[in-house]
Design a protein around this ligand. Structure first.
Ligand code: V47
Length: 356
C-alpha cells in the first residue's frame, strides 16, 4: 500500500489521522476519494439525514472596536451605513418573527465600545420574551470576552450572567485562524486565540454547548488550517462541548483584503471533507449556505457536511455585504429539495440537534 492508501484505510477503520497525514490527504487525494471517505464517515455519524433549523439572525450593530481586514460589515460611528439598534428595535425584530415556528435566534454583531454586560443580558431577556419558543445562541467568543472583561468578571461569572438571562448556546465565530502569526496579519487588534479558547473551554465546563469555525482561503497555508483543526480536536477530546464545526470561506467583496480574491469551489469541497475526516470527535459539519451560496452548499453534502444551517428569513447582512446572497431566505421546502438532490433526507432540528 502506498502512503495515501494507508491513510484511507485508517480513516475507513475509524483510526485517527495525524497532522502530517492530513497534509498528505490534502495534497495527494483526488477529489472523488475525499468525497467518498467523508461521505462514508458522515453516514456513520448521521446516516441519511441532513439537518436544518428554523432560525433568524439578529445583528444589533455594525459598529466595532476591532478592525479585522477581512470584514465587509463594520462601519465607523459617523458612517451613514452604521447601525446600532435600540433595545426596542431589537425587540421589534424578534416580535416580527413570532408565530413562524422559529426555534433559534442567533445574535452576533460588532463589538460595540459602549454597551455593558447587563445591556446584553437584557437583550437576551427581551428576545426570549418576544419569541418564547426559540433558543438564544448568542455572541462570538470575542464579543463575550470583551463584554465580560469590561464588566470586571471572570469568564465563568460573565457567562453565568448571560446564561441566567437565557443564553442557551454560543456560536462559533471569532475563531478566524488560530495561528498567532497569521491571525496578526488578518485581524491584528482582535481578541486572541487564547481568549477564544478560554471562553469555549469555560462554557463547556459549565455545560453550555458551542460551535466552532475557521476562516480559510486568505493568506494562510494548508498547514495553518490543519493546525487550527488540531487545536479544536484537542479541546473536544477534553470537553466534548462542540456540536458543530463550520468552515467559513473568506468572501472578498468590499473589505481591505479584497485583492486576494476567493478560493475555488473544489478547494471548498476539499476543506469540508478534510474537516469531516480530521474532526473525528465533532458530530456535525455545517455548510453555512448563506456564506457558500446554495450551489456549493448542495455539493457540500457529498463532502461530509450534514447540516446546512437554517431558513434565516433575510436577517443577516454579514455575508451579503461580503459578496454572499443578497436576500438570504430559504424555505423549508427548499431545504428538503436540496437534501433530496444530494440523496439525503432533510430533518428539522433544534439548537441542540434534537429532531423536531
Ligand atoms: O467570525 C466575517 C466570518 C464569522 C467574513 O455557530 C467572514 O452556527 C468570510 O461565525 N468572509 C461570523 N467570513 C459568522 C459565524 C457563524 C455563521 C453561521 C453560523 C454560525 C454558528 C456561526 O463570519 C466571523 C468571521 O469568521 N466572516 N467576514 C468574510 N468577508
Amino acid at each position: 500500500m502506498n502512503r495515501l492508501e494507508t491513510i484511507a484505510e485508517k480513516i475507513r477503520s475509524d483510526v485517527r489521522i495525524a497532522p502530517d497525514e492530513a497534509l498528505v490527504l490534502w495534497h495527494e487525494a483526488p477529489l472523488w476519494l475525499l468525497g467518498q471517505l467523508a461521505t462514508e464517515r458522515k453516514r456513520r455519524v448521521s446516516g441519511d439525514k441532513v439537518f436544518y433549523n428554523r432560525n433568524i439572525h439578529l445583528e444589533p450593530t455594525n459598529r466595532c472596536v476591532f478592525n479585522c481586514r477581512f470584514c465587509s460589515y463594520r462601519r465607523p460611528k459617523e458612517s451613514p451605513e452604521a447601525w446600532d439598534y435600540s433595545m426596542e428595535e431589537v425587540e421589534r425584530i424578534a416580535r416580527d418573527h413570532a408565530g413562524r415556528g422559529i426555534t433559534e435566534v442567533h445574535i452576533v454583531g460588532g463589538v460595540h465600545p459602549d454597551h455593558g454586560l447587563e445591556y446584553y443580558a437584557e437583550m437576551i431577556r427581551r428576545v426570549r420574551a418576544a419569541l418564547p419558543g426559540a433558543a438564544v445562541k448568542a455572541f462570538t467568543a470575542i464579543e463575550l470576552s470583551y463584554m465580560i472583561r469590561k464588566a470586571g468578571l471572570t469568564t465563568e461569572e460573565g457567562l453565568r450572567v448571560l446564561r441566567d438571562a437565557g443564553m442557551e448556546a454560543i456560536p462559533g465565530g471569532g475563531a478566524e485562524i488560530f495561528d498567532e502569526e497569521v491571525r496578526s496579519r488578518i485581524c491584528p487588534d482582535k481578541g486572541s486565540t487564547a481568549e477564544w479558547f478560554d471562553v469555549h473551554r469555560t462554557a463547556h465546563r459549565m455545560g453550555l454547548r458551542t460551535n466552532c469555525t475557521i476562516l480559510y482561503g486568505h493568506v494562510e497555508r494548508v498547514e495553518h488550517r490543519i493546525d487550527h483543526l488540531d487545536r479544536l480536536r484537542a479541546l473536544q477530546d477534553e470537553t466534548r462541548g462542540f456540536d458543530a464545526f463550520i468552515p467559513l470561506k473568506y468572501r472578498s467583496f468590499g473589505n481591505p483584503m479584497s485583492e486576494i480574491g476567493e478560493v475555488s469551489v473544489t478547494e471548498d469541497l476539499r476543506m469540508l471533507a478534510l474537516s469531516r475526516l480530521y474532526l473525528d470527535n465533532i458530530p456535525h459539519i455545517k455548510a453555512y449556505w448563506v456564506m457558500y451560496g446554495r450551489e456549493t452548499a448542495e455539493l457540500a453534502l457529498a463532502f461530509g457536511a450534514d447540516d446546512i444551517d437554517g431558513t434565516i428569513d433575510d436577517t443577516t447582512k454579514i455575508y451579503s455585504m461580503a459578496g454572499g446572497d443578497r436576500r438570504p431566505v430559504m424555505t423549508e421546502e427548499q431545504m428538503h429539495r436540496m437534501a433530496a438532490a444530494a440523496g439525503y433526507r432533510a430533518v428539522e432540528r433544534d439548537t441542540h440537534y434534537n429532531e423536531l
